[in-house]
Design a protein around this ligand. Structure first.
Ligand code: CUA
Length: 328
């Protein structure tokens, strides 16, 4: 029985390790490293103190247990030595935690070092907008960054308070309307790292995800250049019809597609939407089926979505999906 339970427990633990990329235990920046180092230090201090306290407790409970014929032991109150010891002990422990934590707080809250790459991060219900002001690129939900380059994320919100958090890159920080916040870090390895809005911001707070895509400097530059290009003009007639419909069926009022009359600012910029791996606040893979489900009834796919159900018919859905998929 015990062996079975242990086996099940171990299996669960192994699964947990394998399928949780959204973890702070696999740090990919100096900021994330510092946070994890502090966490591990404090956990070990807690474990050591816990073991000592439990050992003394168990020893005392056994050694001084009540035996037959025992009378009430002498009652002592206010033993000065013990009072001093158990007051100064915790003060020293907590003081040490403060001593190692404060420098990390000051380092990670300080302004970004000179030469950092600026990215404006704007929270919306319920998706993230990323603007690269120096490159004139706007994208959403997928934050591309070059490895080894310090990035200064300039946090704003368009509506309510959100919180930007990619566990692999470090601590979370709030994005406020009407107030600018900053968070900076230097990604140290390539890969894709998921994150999650961390401030209850409405109905689909839990559906407000994001991912950091850390690339080699060359790959990042290639991506940036491709994002700067004007939208693809598809020769496929279905996609072209979708492009027309996009301008006339209401989409253009909320979304921008560079170099077209569509200049709406309410929803994500879709100039290169087909180059993204995910849609709708990074909750769905960017496939034709998911795009179709999404366009058909956005508030059903993501409760509280500001994108309305436009009542698109099957043909309209087909051509719009073809168009969006052509926007590489
Ligand atoms: Cu945005 Cu929670």
């Amino acid at each position: 029985m015990v062996a079975t339970l242990a086996a099940v427990g171990l299996a669960l633990l192994a699964t947990a390790c394998g399928v949780t990329p959204q973890t702070a235990f696999n740090p990919r920046s100096e900021y994330a490293n510092e946070g994890l180092d502090l966490f591990v230090l404090i956990i070990w201090m807690g474990v050591i103190i816990g073991v000592i306290v439990e050992a003394v407790l168990i020893w005392a409970a056994i050694h001084y247990r009540r035996r037959p014929g025992d009378r009430l032991p002498p009652q002592i109150h206010g033993n000065t030595i013990i009072e001093v010891l158990w007051t100064t002990g915790p003060v020293i422990v907590v003081g040490y935690i403060l001593f190692v934590t404060l420098p990390v707080i000051f380092r990670t809250q300080a302004p970004a070092p000179a030469g950092a790459m600026n990215v404006d991060v704007i929270g919306h219900q319920f998706w993230w907008e990323f603007q690269y002001p120096d490159a004139n690129v706007v994208t959403s939900n997928e934050l591309h960054l070059p490895v080894g380059k310090t990035v200064n994320l300039i946090l704003h919100s368009d509506d309510v308070i959100h919180s930007f958090w990619i566990p692999a890159l470090g601590g979370k920080r709030d994005a406020f309307p009407g107030h600018t916040n900053y968070i900076w870090m230097t990604p140290n390895s390539t890969g894709e790292f998921p994150g999650q809005c961390y401030q209850l911001c409405g109905y689909s707070h839990g559906n407000m995800r994001e991912r950091a895509i850390i690339q080699s400097p060359a790959d990042f530059q290639t991506w940036l250049t491709s994002q700067q290009a004007p939208p693809v003009q598809s020769t496929d007639p279905t996609a072209a019809e979708g492009g027309q419909l996009f301008q006339t069926r209401g989409c253009a009022g909320c979304h921008t597609i560079n170099s077209t009359p569509a200049q709406g600012k309410v929803g994500p910029n879709l100039t290169h939407v087909a180059s993204r791996g995910t849609i709708a606040g990074s909750i769905f893979e960017n496939t034709a089926e998911n795009l179709r489900v999404w366009l058909k009834d956005p508030p059903a796919a993501k409760p509280g979505s500001i994108m309305p159900n436009l009542g698109l018919n099957d043909h309209e859905l087909d051509v719009l999906v073809a168009y969006l998929q052509s926007l590489k």
